[in-house]
Every structure is written in structure tokens, then in C-alpha cells.
Design a protein around this ligand. Structure first.
Ligand code: ACO
Length: 395
């Protein structure tokens, strides 16, 4: 049966404890705090610990969103994880999250639309709920980008960080609220402006691809910047028009947090002041698909969103993709406190006869170790868990 509306009933985020400051990056590449702050607005970003993975970050944010929605994890019928940094090419990260949150009944799949992934996932989840297909859909944006960065490339390694955010979309018998309008676009002209060259069917992993450093994110910064400023404004406006509204009627924009200058330029283009835009890029850098749901959870929990407000999610990313949704907020922001009871830990089962190599990039580990004192452990075993079996490394 079709519900009368599909509303966000839960929200939550998780940012790993490790902080990588601009000063730390000054020790890795030829850069400066002044350059990074002036060009991007970023001051620090989070780094996942060696025992964490995209699925564990996602699971913590998900458990928080489910607690806020007042649901049992088993009431979730579909799990969508938007990510460009999955635990593995297969199985999906969503399948791992399902087990980690203690759900037994949901279908689960990943959404691949890079930094626009959460907005694409939200549109997909909304369609599933509003059509009557499912009553509760969990949409997560989660990234562990520090494992896909070349910490010798100053053009990219200063920009990105790790984190996760999630929402629960639920069927409601009350009319109104939820998504009022949306726009999704894909422009393959930009396919190689932000990309990760090797590891897929075109260029499988090999000694050569490793030597050519092709397993790291590459980016044409200027082209991406130009595309971002244009498309964020046009996507937001298209979604607002479909909702039958004007930009003036939007209480808060929650944009993808890639670069403060990009957000400022979009505000200027729409003729709006910056206090209508939520910004946290200074603290997390660009967390790709996680950035909009992290910003949403922070905005709601800090009182920036009230019941009845029209808000806009808007993002752009590799593809090039872009997307925007206009949402009428219906949930009591005070419910966000329910997330406080969720312990920020999650565990994803690995096969007993297999263990990964140390996942922390060596250059990053060296800087974090020399600053923090204790050495980063050389395995990814969660504290308190049994040791994984040791892998035979061929000579
Ligand atoms: N520190 C110091 N100098 C640097 C750094 C650095 N970290 N990086 C580049 N530079 C240098 C360049 O080499 C260049 O030097 P040159 O003039 O001697 O050649 C100079 O600084 C200027 O470089 P530009 O690229 O012109 O700098 P710009 O002002 O364009 O800023 C930036 C670069 C921040 C990357 C900007 O272009 C940008 O934000 N682009 C968008 C990127 C983005 O949002 N990507 C995410 C996409 S989302 C997804 O799906 C993953």
C-alpha cells in the first residue's frame, strides 16, 4: 500500500577519532596551512584507525540513525550504502553493514555515484518508500578515503577525510513532508576529471599499476572546481523549481563539503548569504558520499533545522554526477539525543583463515605515529577480538 508520505525519521553520523591537521600535512608534502585554508577552507580531517573500515564507520552512523528513528534494526527492509571506498569490490559494503547492525531481513546494496552518492541514495530510498515497496529504508554515505590517497600528491591528499552519515526514511500515514522536488544529473564528459585508474576491469591490479601509483584518487582540480560551482547552483535551482518554491524559501542548504570557496561561490550565484549554508568542511575536509549526511546530522542536532523548514541537499562528484533534493523537515530535532546511547563501535566479521595487510598508508602512519607516540598496530584486529589467522606472504 502506498503511504501518504516518505519522511526522514532518523539521522546519525560518525567521524573517527584520529585527526590529521594541516600542520601534519606540511610534514608529508610541500604545502602550508595558509595555502590549504585560503584555497579550500579545510583545517583538519579525520582518519580511521587501522581496525576500522568503511563498513564499520557506516554501521555506527546507521545504528545512531536507527536509534533516533526509535526502530529495532530488524525493522529496516532495505540498506543502501553510498560509497566510492567500499571494503571490497564484492560483497557490497551494505551486506557487511547489515550483519554489523544486527539486521536479519533487509535487502542490501551499494550506490556508486561518488560524492553525489548520498543524494542519489536518498532519491532511491525515497522512491522505494513512497511507492509502498518498503516501510523503512536506511540510506548511508560512508567513506574511508585516506586509504585511497597518494600521500605524496599535494593536489589530492590535503582534501579528503574519513566518516559516515545515515538517515532512515519511513512511510507515514500523514500527508506532506519529505522530498518535495529533486534533480539528478550525470555528465560523462567529466569521467576522467576525478578517477581511480586501476583495480577495475579496464586495468586490473598488477605490479605495473602499483608502480604507476594507479590505485589512488586522481583529480583535475581546476576543471572539477569549474564544474562544481556551475552544477551545484543549477541542480539546486532545478530541484527547488520542481518543488514549486524559490531559493528564498529555503531555510538551509546542506551542500557537499568539498571546498569552502565552492560553497561561497554557489551562495553568491543564488544571491543568498552564507548563513543559509551549513559548513563543516573546516573540520572534516571532503568526505565524499558521507559529507551531506554528516552535515545534516550536525545541522539538525545543533538546532539549525526546525520542523516545517524546507532544506536542500546538494552534491556533485566524480562522473561527473550531481544531485539535489528539497526536503520538508518533519522530525523533532530533540530526538537526535537518542543517538547518544549508541556505543561508537562496530565489528565486521572477516573469514577466519584470512587477514588483510596493514591498511594504513605507510607515510600517513609515520606522521601520526611520530606525533601521537604509540606505534600504530600492524594488524586490523579490533581490540578485544580474537587474532585473525596469519596469511602466508609469498617470498
Ligand atoms: N599546497 C601548496 N601548493 C599547492 C597545493 C598544495 N596542497 N596543491 C597545488 N598547489 C599549487 C599548484 O601546484 C599550483 O602551483 P603553480 O602555480 O606553480 O603551478 C598552485 O598551487 C595553484 O594551483 P591550482 O590548482 O590553480 O589551485 P586552485 O586555486 O585551483 O585550488 C583546488 C586547487 C583546491 C584543488 C581546487 O581546484 C578545488 O577545490 N577543486 C575542486 C576539487 C574537488 O572539489 N574535488 C572533489 C570532487 S568530489 C568527488 O567525487 C571525489
Amino acid at each position: 500500500m502506498q503511504p501518504r508520505s516518505a519522511r526522514i525519521t532518523g539521522w546519525g553520523m560518525y567521524a573517527p577519532m584520529g585527526v590529521l591537521s594541516n600542520a601534519d600535512l606540511e610534514r608529508l608534502v610541500d604545502t602550508s596551512d595558509e595555502w590549504i585554508v585560503t584555497r579550500t577552507g579545510i583545517r583538519e580531517r579525520r582518519v580511521a584507525a587501522p581496525h576500522e573500515t568503511t563498513a564499520t564507520l557506516a554501521a555506527i552512523a546507521a545504528k545512531r540513525a536507527i536509534a533516533v528513528a526509535g526502530l529495532d534494526p530488524d525493522e529496516i527492509e532495505m540498506i543502501l550504502v553510498a560509497t566510492l571506498s567500499p571494503d571490497y569490490p564484492m560483497p557490497s559494503t551494505a551486506a557487511l553493514v547489515k550483519e554489523a547492525i544486527g539486521n536479519t531481513r533487509a535487502a542490501a546494496m551499494d550506490v556508486a555515484a561518488a560524492c553525489s552518492g548520498f543524494v542519489y541514495g536518498y532519491a532511491t530510498g525515497h522512491a522505494m518508500v513512497s511507492s509502498g515497496m518498503y516501510r523503512h529504508v536506511l540510506v548511508i554515505g560512508a567513506e574511508l578515503l585516506t586509504r585511497f590517497l597518494d600521500f605524496g600528491d599535494r593536489n589530492t591528499c590535503i582534501l579528503f577525510g574519513d566518516g559516515a552519515g545515515a538517515v532512515v526514511i519511513s512511510a507515514s500515514d500523514d500527508p506532506g513532508g519529505g522530498m518535495l522536488g529533486m534533480e539528478l544529473t550525470t555528465d560523462p564528459d567529466g569521467a576522467y576529471m576525478i578517477w581511480l585508474p586501476s583495480g577495475g576491469s579496464k586495468s586490473p591490479p598488477s605490479v605495473e599499476t602499483i608502480a604507476r601509483r594507479e590505485h589512488y584518487i586522481r583529480m583535475e582540480g581546476k576543471e572539477t572546481y569549474r564544474y562544481a560551482t556551475r552544477t551545484l547552483a543549477s541542480s539546486a535551482l532545478a530541484a527547488i523549481q520542481r518543488a514549486g518554491l524559490t531559493a528564498d524559501e529555503i531555510a538551509l542548504f546542506i551542500p557537499h563539503q568539498a571546498n569552502l570557496r565552492i560553497i561561497e561561490s554557489v551562495a553568491k550565484g543564488l544571491g543568498l548569504s552564507m548563513d543559509r549554508f551549513y559548513v563543516n568542511v573546516d573540520r572534516y575536509g571532503n568526505t565524499s558520499a558521507a559529507s551531506v549526511p554528516i552535515a545534516l546530522a550536525e545541522a539538525v542536532d545543533s538546532g539549525r533545522v526546525k520542523v516545517g523548514d524546507r532544506i536542500v541537499f546538494v552534491a556533485f562528484g566524480a562522473g561527473f554526477t550531481s544531485g539535489a533534493s528539497v526536503v520538508e523537515w518533519t522530525a523533532d530535532p530533540a530526538l537526535g539525543r537518542r543517538a547518544d546511547s549508541v556505543v561508537p563501535a562496530a565489528s565486521v566479521r572477516a573469514p577466519v583463515d584470512w587477514d588483510s595487510v596493514d591498511p594504513m598508508p605507510a607515510r600517513l602512519a609515520a606522521v601520526l605515529n611520530s606525533r601521537n607516540g604509540p606505534a600504530v598496530p600492524l594488524d586490523d584486529v579490533v581490540p578485544g577480538e580474537p587474532e585473525h589467522a596469519h596469511r602466508e606472504v609469498p617470498a
